[in-house]
Design a protein around this ligand. Structure first.
Ligand SMILES: C[C@](O)(C(=O)O)[C@H](CC(=O)O)C(=O)O
Ligand SMILES: [Mg+2]
Length: 298
């Protein structure tokens, strides 16, 4: 009932324990708080809050338009609904190193288990698009150093994302990743690697956990959990998967409603009222106060 029974500190501890090279832990993108309990029930390892989804859900492109307050609030609403650890996309950290420091403290305060901060220029763009540019090594490492210094819970996971591979060689990408680790990053998100062999090389070259981004319609092929785990990947995100699935379903239903004058043909694809009530735990509330829910669900 209500929110999770696990504290943010316990979730951070858990994230530290499970983030082992080669573990291939799966963190589906949690596009709405309602999907958090569903992901937990399906047995996944953690939740991911995508910057692209947060922006797109507001009808905005993913180019750094969302604010720290919006991201911290939404990510916090998601994190508190689950006992699983939640990793959030903090884009470029929302400003200069001083802002990055505040970002980390706000996200800690919102109950997140960790965040990633990237080395793109602001305005940033999706890591799987062409034409990205990255800041120089000094600027990138300053962001991470500021984040590491600001952190109050040493278990809050500070992940550095590098977008170097978009325009540079794999070796240069690895060099950048090493600098970010030296600056205090606990884990590395190498964005838009070209193939499985590149994941293997990066995982071998670094002695911190590595994340793989399995976003659809991107530059990386959609590898299986097993393939990525064998390559040495610790954590896999599916950032926009549930939003894309949901919006695909919404569009199909709207088309049917417009064409047929009724949504009847789509009802068997919908989550039923009973299942929805299960996800929001009506039973738990009714056990807490049996005066409140006295009706039968059709
Ligand atoms: C991971 C990512 O940063 C996100 O915001 O979810 C995006 C995902 C996407 O646009 O598909 C990314 O830059 O890869
Ligand atoms: Mg993003």
């Amino acid at each position: 009932m209500l929110y999770s029974t696990t504290t943010p500190a316990q979730k951070r501890q858990r994230l530290r324990e499970i983030l082992v090279p080669g573990a291939g832990r799966q963190f589906p993108g949690t596009f709405t708080p309602l999907s958090a309990p569903l992901i937990e029930e399906k047995g996944f390892d953690g939740l991911y809050v995508s910057g692209a989804v947060l922006a797109n859900e507001l009808g905005l492109p993913d180019i750094g338009l969302t604010t720290l307050s919006e991201v911290a609030q939404r990510a916090g609403q998601i994190a508190r609904l689950s006992n699983l650890p939640t990793l959030v996309d903090a884009d470029t950290g929302f400003g200069e190193p001083m802002n990055v420091a505040r970002t980390v403290q706000e996200l800690e305060g919102a109950g997140l288990a960790g965040c990633h901060i990237e080395d793109q220029f602001n305005p940033k763009r999706c890591g799987h698009l062409d034409g990205k540019s990255v800041v120089d090594a000094e600027t990138a490492t300053k962001r991470i150093r500021a984040a590491a210094q600001a952190r109050r819970d040493e278990n809050f996971l500070l992940m550095a994302r590098t977008d170097m591979r978009g325009s540079y060689s794999l070796d240069e990408t690895i060099d950048r990743a090493r600098m970010l680790v030296a600056a205090g990053a606990d884990a590395i998100f190498p964005e838009a690697l070209k193939d499985l062999e590149e994941f293997r090389t990066v995982c071998r070259a670094l002695d911190v956990p590595v994340l793989a981004n399995m976003t659809e319609f991107g530059k990386s092929e959609l590898f299986t959990r097993r393939q990525l785990a064998e390559a040495g990947v610790a954590l896999i995100i599916y950032p926009v998967t549930s939003l894309r699935s949901a919006m695909g379903a919404v569009e199909r239903t709207l088309d049917a409603l417009a064409a047929d004058g009724t949504q009847a043909s789509q009802v068997d694809q919908m989550m039923t009222r009973a299942r929805l009530y299960e996800v929001v735990d009506y039973a738990g509330y009714s056990a807490f106060d049996d005066e409140v829910f006295t009706f039968d669900v059709p």
